[in-house]
Design a protein around this ligand. Structure first.
Ligand SMILES: Cc1ncc(COP(=O)(O)O)c(C=O)c1O
Length: 409
């Protein structure tokens, strides 16, 4: 018999996942109930209502996809896009490439535009690309954790509406820590995950669908033969190529008929609801301000350690800071020592930024002064061991100054 697995104590200060809020873990340990128990269906309805508030939307079709965030991206693409449809993807980091990859696997004709990593798009670049490519769907990431950049979206919805384009947004890494106004900004489909600013584990992907997207998806509605009755009406459109990620079926499952699809991941449902409750209890604006303050305190601390921040700081996400690894410093060794000597996880990045920057997150449950100050103090020790020149104590002092100024303002 092997011993039970006990995870070591860690403070997860990378780009996500982060330590789950203990309230979420507690909610997830509640006992299971049956799928058609009225208490379960009430819990699903409450979850839909709560996520409408989180997404700032009146969209009726706001629910959960039982998967990590990537599953909700895939569900959106496979349900909206038919082979041969054009999808335009503005790429400013690794997760733009993920949207491209998923759309092309759905048989889309994928058009892309790119800006250098560490920057974001000007709306005019997107307007020009829409005019040139005439897409059915424009798929864009809001906060790309690979570069720490936050794409401003306020103008993109209007551009898409004028051109009759469906605007899909992946806000996995940004929701809860940065403003996201689904209805006011005209975002037609938004998908997210729990493991960043929502303070939960990965494994549930909230989604919201506007009316136009719902019409497209319902036109492709298909009911499985084994559960179909003579009262069920199907759409005339092409059947959605995935069963698990068929949003028409998942809507039937979350809708009044509760038509059987998958077996609900009940513990994730409880956890997702608690994530939303925690955020709404704090208030969206307060949560965003908390992420902004802790991100800024971290950035000030890093600068005080003679480190250089990565990317356009005007468009940085509140919840993750990229910082160049100094040339003479072994970045992997520092991450190793942070983890093994202090129990703190920080990340590097992907592709061209692998080994070039560290990414340090202050998100969800971990967007707290004590977590930021501890991370700075321990990173300072690692950098001193790596002969990086700095004034000892300056980083924590700079962060504390930021917190103190925020208290008096
Ligand atoms: C912006 C963004 N999109 C998608 C994903 C993929 O999420 P998941 O690993 O939950 O499938 C991530 C994960 O870090 C992300 O940051």
């Amino acid at each position: 018999m092997t011993a039970p697995y006990l995870p070591p104590p860690r403070l997860l200060m990378g780009p996500g996942p982060i330590d789950a809020d203990p309230r979420v873990l507690q909610a997830m340990s509640s006992q299971l109930i049956g799928q058609f128990d009225p208490s379960m269906t009430a819990c699903m309805d409450l979850t839909m209502a709560s996520y409408r508030e989180v997404f700032c939307t009146d969209n009726q079709w706001t629910f959960l996809v039982n998967s990590t965030s990537r599953g909700a991206i895939e569900a959106s693409m496979v349900s909206l896009v038919e082979p041969g449809d054009t999808v335009l993807v503005p790429i400013f980091g690794r997760f733009g490439y993920l949207l491209k990859e998923i759309a092309s696997r759905c048989g889309a004709n994928v058009e892309t535009i790119e800006v250098p990593w560490g920057t974001v798009f000007d709306p005019q670049q997107i307007a020009d690309a829409i005019r040139e490519t005439q897409p059915k769907v424009l798929a864009i990431v809001q906060g790309d954790t690979s570069t720490t950049m936050l794409q401003p979206l306020t103008d993109i919805g209007a551009l898409c509406r004028e051109a009759g384009v469906i605007l899909y947004c992946d806000a996995t890494a940004s929701i809860g820590g940065n403003a996201l106004q689904t209805d006011d900004w005209g975002l037609e489909v938004v998908t997210v995950g729990l493991q960043k600013c929502l303070g939960g584990p990965s494994g549930s992907a909230p989604i919201t669908l506007g009316e136009h997207a719902v019409d497209i998806i319902k036109a492709r509605r298909h009911v499985e033969a084994g559960i179909k009755t003579q009262n069920h009406r199907e759409g005339n459109g092409l059947r959605i190529a995935s069963n698990y990620f068929d949003l028409a079926m998942i809507m039937d499952y979350w809708g009044p008929e509760r038509l059987n699809h998958h077996t609900e991941a009940t513990s994730m449902l409880y956890g997702s609801l608690e994530c939303a409750r925690i955020l709404l209890e704090e208030g969206l604006d307060n949560a965003i301000a908390r992420h902004e303050l802790n991100g800024r305190a971290l950035a000030e601390g890093l600068l005080a350690m003679n480190l250089q921040l990565y990317g356009d700081q005007q468009n940085r996400m509140n919840n993750v800071v990229g910082v160049y690894i100094p040339e003479q410093v072994n970045g992997a060794l520092v991450r190793h020592d942070m983890l093994h000597d202090y129990g703190i996880e920080i990340g590097t990045s992907f592709g061209p930024l692998d080994g070039i920057i560290w990414r340090i997150g202050t998100m969800g449950y971990n967007a707290r002064p004590d977590a930021v100050l501890k991370t700075l103090a321990c990173l300072e020790q690692c950098l001193i061991s790596s002969q990086h020149g700095m004034q000892p104590g300056a980083a924590v002092a700079a962060a504390k100054k930021t917190y103190a100024a925020a208290q008096t303002s």
